[in-house]
Ligand binder design. Structure first.
Ligand SMILES: O=C(O)CCC(=O)C(=O)O
Ligand SMILES: [Fe+2]
Length: 298
């Protein structure tokens, strides 16, 4: 009895006292940090089981097929509506000329999002843990709120390359950009399967352009207000993230990922946050909710 009591205090202490000071020591300088063992193996399995069940139960007729960012489909109602629920996005290479899937559905879902954290309790719970609160505190967020939750599969062969960008081109607050991402590896992520590659320190500059809403309901509903920017290839460094660990990065950090050359998917659950302390979400951003963003642990 006594032993149980003691050990439960220990467990309690471990949970409450979690802090990532050491891991986040260079976050301000580099704009990113890796937190090992962020999720337990059981939590990783729970998320993967849930993803499988969502895909198995997908009614393809309900989900208009929408492809990669930057393509014309991105501006459809389907894309905009995904801010508040988990819509399915498919890899363009998974279709034949007539728009039929040429691969089984579980091999060609590019991502599920962008409101996966809202409609799904299993994925939703991850953003409200003390571990997340500790990370937010560690990077100086005062009133953190979740703006986006998505599961990216990056399948072998069909999985798209992600071209260099700052997330603040797509997600932005006013008067300053307070956006960060937790990119959680659900498998061991290495160079071969298309790890994230980042430019350390690039978060000190704001995004050179934004993807902003237009009022054109009939045509493209959002547009970039500037051209794409090129970056030196040699400036990128690969970030290897073991299964269950996570990469936390500033929304202004330049990153990309190459194709997955392995023979297995490279799933990652990505949660984006803002800090509502002294900022408000930009009305120009494509991602808008009809209710407030969920506060972390709030
Ligand atoms: O997972 C990837 O390959 C890229 C994802 C990305 O750009 C992001 O989560 O911001
Ligand atoms: Fe990104």
């Amino acid at each position: 009895m006594c032993l149980n009591f003691q050990s439960s205090i220990k467990i309690e202490k471990k949970i409450i006292m979690v802090n990532y000071e050491k891991e986040l020591a260079d976050y301000g300088k580099n704009g990113f940090a890796v937190i090992d063992n962020f999720l337990t193996p059981e939590e990783v399995k729970m998320l993967m089981d849930e993803a499988k069940s969502l895909i198995d139960n997908l009614d393809l007729s309900e989900h208009r097929l929408c492809a990669i960012p930057g393509s014309p489909q991105q501006t459809t109602d389907y894309y905009f509506a995904s801010a508040g629920k988990a819509n399915f996005f498919f890899e363009p290479k998974a279709f034949d000329g007539e728009g039929n899937l040429i691969l089984p559905r579980e091999k060609c879902v590019m991502k599920l999002g962008h409101g996966l954290h809202l409609g799904n309790k299993t994925f939703g719970s991850i953003g409200h843990t003390d571990r997340v609160r500790a990370i937010m505190k560690g990077i100086g967020y005062v009133e953190p709120a979740i703006v986006q939750g998505m599961l990216i599969f990056k399948h072998p062969r069909v999985g798209s390359e992600v071209t260099p960008h700052k997330d603040t081109e797509f997600l932005f607050s006013e008067p300053v950009d307070k956006v960060c991402a937790l990119w959680i590896a659900l498998t061991d992520v290495v160079r071969e399967n298309g790890c994230l590659e980042v430019i350390p320190g690039s978060h000190v500059d704001s995004a050179h352009r934004r993807y902003i809403r237009t009022d054109d309901e009939t045509g493209s509903r959002a547009e970039f207000n500037g051209p794409v920017k090129e970056y030196e290839d040699s400036a990128f460094v690969p970030v290897l993230v073991p299964k269950g660990s996570c990469l936390v990065f500033d929304g202004k950090l330049v990153h990309r990922s190459k194709s997955n050359l392995s023979d297995k998917p490279r799933p990652a659950y990505v949660i984006h946050f803002t800090d509502e302390h002294e900022t408000k979400w930009s009305p120009d951003c494509w991602l808008q909710l009809s209710k407030p963003f969920p506060r972390v642990n709030g």
